[in-house]
Design a protein around this ligand. Structure first.
Ligand SMILES: [Zn+2]
Length: 368
């Protein structure tokens, strides 16, 4: 190798070593070469970190803080199963310790209660600082919560866009979906993300809920009826792949779950980086312990922004206005769901009766 080539190689190596960590991120993965307008970080199924690897959960949250400025992180969304054992105070303490790293650093976040977080219908999460809705309601991004914080919602603004994130517990009940619907309907100009614990599975399909009319209500009345819902996020499933996605109606639907990947493998998060210039959402997946990006097509891909053409500016949209609007009438909402459930039942009854009548009539017809 000539002296010139040696000098060039040494200089390049030195430059790489001297680059600060915040700049390195743009070298790891091509989507990061664009200047992000803003990013959303998605974490889920952190249960084994709360159970056995609390240092990795801390590492996950510290990573978010370290990159919050450069990625312009507007929200962290936890889609449930925060702990493995819902009655374990040790696990809740660990989870709260880790998530408090976000709280102390003013990183907006919300969560939902997964099936592992609940004892029947109650949960202990409300007793811990990072999941205490009395503390969260003092945060300027907090919109609403119900059922002791098993379901939460936040708001943020990026550029001239308003966003609402509604995060619903495992198989949300009628009451929870009514709350969500009222939030969506009272904020029609917000581009809305619906997060929940279990929805799309590892092979891109939907598994049956215990109550089929609630599942139908979720799909038809919470998602399909609202054109401003552009994205769903969920975790939970362990069969099939660790990640899947589809596009339905006007929205992207994403599943992601890295639990059970062993120790540091669980400390994997998703970053959704919105770029107005590119009209795209760059989805990246990173292990926060090793700082390694997963570069396969299932973990590193690009989505279009479904509402890009319809973006608008709402100048008079203030937080106090929103908070006033979010007081919802549970009675009114419940009656709406009950009406939907009754209609479904009546339709089913009508069909069954018709079939029975037809069968009876057929039986009476004399054979030729
Ligand atoms: Zn789960």
């Amino acid at each position: 190798m000539s002296l010139y080539k040696k000098l060039l190689a040494t200089t390049l190596l030195l430059l790489l070593l001297l680059l600060p960590a915040s700049s390195m991120i743009f070298l790891v993965n091509s989507p990061f070469s664009v200047q992000p307008m803003f990013s959303i970080v998605w974490i889920t199924d952190t249960q084994h970190m709360s159970e056995r690897f609390p240092q990795n959960f801390d590492s996950l949250c510290n990573w978010i803080v370290d990159y919050s400025e450069i990625l312009n992180i507007k929200a962290v969304i936890h889609t449930g199963d925060i702990v493995e054992h819902p009655e374990s105070i040790v696990e809740w303490n660990r989870a709260s310790h880790s998530i408090s790293i976000l709280l102390k650093n003013n990183i907006p976040y919300c969560w939902d209660a997964g099936n592992h977080d609940q004892l029947g219908t109650s949960w202990y999460g409300k007793h811990f600082q990072a999941l205490d809705t009395k503390i969260m309601s003092g945060q300027n991004y907090w919109i609403s919560d119900i059922l002791d914080g098993k379901n939460t919602a936040l708001y943020f603004r990026a550029s001239n866009w308003d966003f609402l994130v509604i995060n619903m517990e495992f198989h949300p009940t009628c009451e929870v979906m009514s709350w969500a619907n009222q939030l969506i309907e009272r904020h029609p100009t917000c581009h809305t993300i619906i997060a929940t614990h279990a929805y799309l599975n590892g092979i891109g399909e939907y598994e049956d809920w215990d109550h089929s009319y609630e599942q139908k209500y979720f799909e038809e009345k919470v998602l399909a009826s609202h054109s401003n819902v552009f994205l769903t996020l969920n975790g939970h499933f362990m069969d099939g792949n660790r990640t899947s996605r589809t596009f339905t109606g006007n929205r992207h639907e994403l599943f992601f779950n890295y639990q059970h990947t062993g120790g540091e493998g669980d400390a994997t998060l998703r970053i959704l980086t919105f770029s107005k210039e590119e009209d795209a959402i760059f989805v990246n997946t990173v292990n926060t312990v090793t700082n390694q990006f997963l570069t396969d097509p299932e973990n590193c891909f690009t989505l279009d922004i479904p509402f890009f053409e319809k973006s608008h500016t709402i100048e008079n949209f203030t937080l106090s206005e929103k908070l006033n609007l979010t007081r919802y009438d549970a009675k009114e909402a419940l009656s709406e769901v009950q009406y939907f459930a009754t209609c479904s039942t009546l339709t089913l009854l009508f069909l069954v009766t018709s079939l029975l009548l037809i069968k009876r009539k057929t039986r009476k017809t004399p054979k030729c």
